[in-house]
Design a protein around this ligand. Structure first.
Ligand code: HEC
Ligand SMILES: [Cu+2]
Length: 368
């Protein structure tokens, strides 16, 4: 694609002046999507990259998108300024200068070959440039070969939470993706993400890691991430998918390879048996009430797949796909009335008694 590389060189010159405007505009724009309902306290975590900012990419596919984004914004800014300038010129030059101006009919002009050519040819050229530049980025991202040993994740969208499977590791979890950090000069550690949906169209978007990719029913989509920094990256569903779409939040927890390995080892172990009386009662309640119909806990009769896998629930930072921090109080509120935290969600109000609530909260907290 020789034509495209032509446009590489003239981007950086403008960037310095333009980035602050664009960042400001985008901060306002993304403020809503980046705000999470609550701070996690359950597990101490490294830095949370709080602002989901596409102008500060921290992973390769997101980085590859930055340059065309700047180019598009720059061209739009240019068009905006030209239109504004012409408008201002006309408004001032032809402003009414007295009452007699209203009586006189201005000269009537029928067509102009030059002007019509200009407004046809110039936009065509602009579109042509943008097509080439976007095509290059799309090819660069989509055709990037994944190394043999790349970590693989199957991400399945549900109304309104994320199912996360690590097929090669035999791990199933929800709403919080753990991946190892990659290094720019050392060994790259990309994560290949296979995207599917259990119901309607959702969209995977963690702005600092990668562009959006949809999760479409009966279709398998692919994307990848390769973060260069550890920490928690915030993302969300980016395709309207029903009432609780706005609370279908996602966290990508990027860890050092050692910490990631520790997490994997822990996920593979079964949760320890509850020891105190209330938690033991909670385990019993979990089976007696119909929680088992919708939730899975490894090596127990709980085999439900309609809701999130709870095998290692207590390790998660948030509950209800990021709607609240995973604290005993919030868990209590969630079990008492899921609707109070996430109106319209598909976890039913089980009409639990205060004793059942206490015992279930105690039991669920042992799942780590
Ligand atoms: C009809 C199916 C269904 C039943 C029955 C059910 N749940 Fe759920 N549960 C769900 C769904 C669906 C979600 C995900 C809701 C969301 O985030 O939108 C969920 C979420 C949860 C979560 C939060 C998980 C997370 O990681 O965010 C917990 C904890 C939970 N349920 C516990 C229970 C307990 C305890 C019971 C029994 C008293 C129970 N559930 C009964 C469907 C069910
Ligand atoms: Cu969604």
């Amino acid at each position: 694609m020789a034509g495209v590389s032509l446009f590489r060189f003239y981007i950086p010159g403008f960037l310095k002046t333009f980035t602050p405007f664009a960042t400001a505009a985008l901060l306002i724009f993304t403020a809503g999507t980046a705000s999470f309902a609550a701070e996690p306290q359950a597990t101490p975590t490294p830095e949370i990259h709080r602002i989901a900012d596409i102008f500060q990419p921290l992973s390769r596919p997101a980085e590859l998108l930055l340059e065309p984004t700047h180019l598009v914004l720059l061209i739009c800014l240019g068009i905006f300024l030209v239109v504004l300038a012409v408008l201002a010129y006309v408004l001032i030059k032809f402003r009414p200068r007295g009452p007699e101006d209203h009586l006189e009919e201005p000269p009537q002009v029928y067509g102009s070959y030059n002007i019509e050519m200009a407004w046809t040819v110039i936009p065509c050229l602009i579109v042509f440039v943008l097509v080439l530049v976007s095509a290059r980025s799309i090819v660069e991202i989509q055709d990037r070969p994944m190394p043999e040993d790349a970590l693989q994740i199957r991400l399945i969208g549900h109304q309104w939470w994320w199912e996360i499977q690590y097929p090669e590791l035999g791990i199933i979890t929800a709403n919080e993706i753990h991946v190892p950090v990659s290094s720019k000069d050392g060994k790259p550690r990309p994560t290949h993400i296979i995207l599917e949906s259990a119901d309607v169209i959702h969209s995977f978007w963690v702005p600092q890691l990668a562009g959006k990719t949809d999760l479409v029913p009966n279709r398998v989509n692919h994307t990848w991430i390769e973060p260069f920094k550890t920490g928690v990256f915030l993302g969300n569903c980016a395709e309207y998918c029903g009432t609780q779409h706005a609370n279908m939040l996602l966290r990508v927890i990027v860890q050092t390879p050692e910490d990631f390995q520790k997490w994997v080892e822990n996920q593979k172990q079964l949760p320890s048996e509850p020891k105190d009386v209330i938690a033991i009662q909670g385990k019993k309640d979990f089976y007696d009430l119909s929680c088992v119909a919708c939730h899975k806990i490894d090596s127990t009769p709980a085999e439900g797949v309609f809701g999130p896998d709870l095998t290692k629930f207590a390790i998660r930072q948030t509950l209800g796909a990021g709607v609240a921090a995973n604290t005993p109080e919030n868990l209590h509120a969630w079990l008492f009335q899921p609707d109070s935290l996430k109106p319209g969600c598909y976890m039913p109000d089980m009409k639990l008694s205060p004793q059942q609530l206490d015992s279930l909260v105690a039991y669920l907290q042992t799942l780590k």
